[in-house]
Design a protein around this ligand. Structure first.
Ligand code: BDR
Ligand code: CA
Length: 316
């Protein structure tokens, strides 16, 4: 386990978060030190339950603690999640059996602080939901900013439109003040935003490969994939976009495993927190050379290389 990258995965377990969890847990390159949960695609209670049930499906070979966190944004009410993309329960209403796993007692923000102090400069945070748990952790203990190896986050949109408003991506829009606090914290950040995730499409052919290669003794996982991918393909079909699932959250895990799946450029990302139309936008001054920067922004992706690695990993 020594050369593996230690990560804490923070999720709001909807469908692509579940796909990211499965990828991280099955990866030989990663050791999941813990999974923290927050509101987003669903409320935090549901996100935590979904996470525990997904772990049941994978049955990891080592213990992975799950810690529940924020149930609302720092300073504003929770916005309604998108039922069309993830279903009412976040997992396309798939009837997963009840879980016997329990979350740990500790709040996600305290869990994050504890793990960072136990693994100085050796924890990569991978956030695939709102940044609220990390913003709370930073408020409680600002010293963690210089003790984290890197934060890889799924969120934002620099050169492309948003997905919940014209300009904002869901994870940043869901708690802009938390995002602001994190981007101003000094943590080394890789922003895996819509610039690259909207180009990373898992389609019918990829699904066929998974079903062909996934061992039959993993029937529970096969049934789950069958359901959530068909749910996803139908959802994007109904929006007239074609039959695919955008791999937002799995790509963030992929970039943590191997940064070569993407090309990045450094920018200073400002989070818009006030605009009536532009709240949650991730802005950079594109007019001049970047004299100061706070994030490496993914601007290009080798989508097929990543997707093949994703498939190779999850069929193990
Ligand atoms: C992000 O929003 C959620 O719907 C997904 O899980 C992903 O984290 C994409 O904007
Ligand atoms: Ca997510």
């Amino acid at each position: 386990m020594q050369n593996k990258k230690k990560i804490i995965l923070d999720v709001d377990t909807g469908i692509d978060d579940a796909l990211a969890i499965i990828y991280a847990v099955k990866s030989d390159d990663i050791l999941v030190e813990g999974i923290t949960t927050g509101f987003g695609n669903v409320d935090v209670k549901q996100a935590t339950e979904n996470t525990l049930k997904v772990l049941d499906l994978i049955n990891p070979s080592y213990e992975i603690p799950v810690s529940a966190g924020a149930d609302k944004p720092l300073f504003r009410p929770r916005r309604e999640p998108s039922v069309a993309i993830h279903g009412h329960d976040g997992l396309g209403e798939y009837p997963l059996p009840a879980t016997k796993r329990y979350p740990v007692e500790q709040h996600a923000s305290d869990f994050i602080i504890k793990k960072i102090h136990e693994n100085l400069h050796n924890i990569t945070l991978v956030f695939t939901g709102r940044l609220t748990n990390l913003a709370i952790a930073l408020a409680k203990d600002p010293s963690i900013a210089s003790k984290v190896e890197r934060l890889v986050l799924m969120g934002g949109a620099l050169h492309v439109p948003g997905n919940v408003t014209e300009v904002a991506e869901a994870n940043i829009h869901g708690d802009p003040e938390a995002a602001h606090r994190v981007f101003e914290s000094g943590i080394p950040i890789t922003m895996v935003g819509l610039d690259v995730t909207s180009k990373t499409k898992f389609g019918e052919e990829h699904f066929g490969q998974v079903m062909e290669q996934l061992p039959v003794d993993q029937q529970g996982l096969r049934d789950f994939f069958d359901h959530i991918f068909q749910f996803s393909f139908n959802a994007s079909d109904q929006l007239n976009e074609g039959r695919f699932r955008l791999m937002h959250d799995p790509l963030a895990v992929g970039v943590a495993i191997d940064p070569n799946y993407v090309k990045t450029k450094d920018f200073y990302i400002y989070i818009e927190t006030r605009g009536a139309l532009s709240s949650g936008a991730t802005l950079a001054d594109l007019r001049t050379p970047q004299t100061k920067t706070n994030a490496s922004v993914c601007i290009k992706v080798n989508d097929e290389l990543f997707l093949q690695h994703y498939i190779d990993t999850i069929v193990k």
